[in-house]
Design a binder for this molecule. Structure first.
Ligand code: NAD
Length: 252
């Protein structure tokens, strides 16, 4: 098994890619703390994995609150004895607004959940990695929107900042053996369209022109395979980079 006995925190675990990542990791023997706001969805996920080789516990919490990052990593250490990998997958979409239409609330919420949340989590994880003294591994889920204009200004800025924070963290701690990489998914079939706000007409008019280049949408399991590679020791020489998983959408 590729993650046997690795202790891993995965955020955004109640749906979409995060749920697929937890499922794949537990099948590979990982001991996982699954984090999201909806407790009942996390409990259903745990029940679905009861016969899998690894283990999984639920940690309900909002990633916009720095206390959630403290709680989830403490839970990993208290329940499983240590932390090996952090996967920051929780995220939300904006309404495709260009800056002229953007509200203060939209910018604040997107930066808080998509950028501050993962950075709070990295801070806590790095402190534990340094105390353990055996290196560590972080995988952030950004988006092709970090580098291409697939959404509004708030979403693209939030994911671009996370891509930057990924590189910075890899650079800062490479001598301590802490790796930090990101995955930039393209269009993937998840619950995100159901929870995203109604698209702004002007902004969506602009971003939808990119859809002419779009291949078939990916599935959450496609992203889970990339996350498995980055979380495992097979990627030990990969550090400070973003792997694009978009079926070729942005290679024009
Ligand atoms: N689906 C796509 O096409 C796509 C493309 C590029 C990037 N992404 C990114 O992939 C990641 C996963 O998205 P998905 O498509 O699986 O979406 P999803 O809506 O299916 O799942 C998102 C998960 O994050 C959780 N979440 C959202 N806000 C949270 C918060 N404040 N605190 C804790 N948990 C929270 C949700 O409860 C859910 O478990 C996100 O970061 C998203 O931005 C998605």
């Amino acid at each position: 098994m590729r993650l046997e006995n690795k202790v891993i925190v995965v955020t955004g675990a109640s749906a979409g890619m995060g749920e697929a990542i937890v499922t794949r990791f537990v099948q590979e023997g990982a001991k996982v703390v699954a984090v999201a706001r909806r407790k009942e969805r996390l409990e259903a996920l745990i029940a679905s994995l009861k016969d899998a080789p690894g283990a999984v516990v639920a940690c309900p919490g909002d990633m916009a609150d720095p206390a959630t990052s403290e709680k989830m990593v403490d839970m990993a250490v208290q329940t499983f004895g240590r932390l090996d990998v952090l996967v920051n997958c929780a995220g939300i979409m904006d309404d495709n607004t260009a800056v002229g239409d953007m509200s203060d609330e939209m910018l604040d919420r997107l930066l808080r959940v998509n950028t501050c949340g993962p950075i709070y989590a990295m801070r806590k994880a790095v402190r534990v990695f340094l105390a353990q003294g055996e290196g560590g591994n972080i995988v952030n889920v950004t988006s092709v929107g970090a580098f291409h204009q697939t959404a509004g200004v708030a979403y693209c800025a939030s994911k671009g900042a996370l891509a930057s924070a990924t590189k910075n963290t890899a650079f800062m701690y490479m001598e301590e053996g802490i790796r930090c990489n990101a995955i930039a998914p393209g269009g993937v079939v998840t619950e995100i369209p159901m929870v995203m706000p109604t698209p702004n007409e002007f902004g969506f008019g602009r971003t939808s022109t990119l859809l002419t280049h779009s291949p078939e949408l990916g599935m959450p399991e496609d992203i889970a395979e990339a996350a498995l590679f980055l979380a495992s020791d097979e990627s030990k020489f990969v550090n400070g980079t973003t792997i694009t998983c978009d079926g070729g959408w942005t290679c024009f």
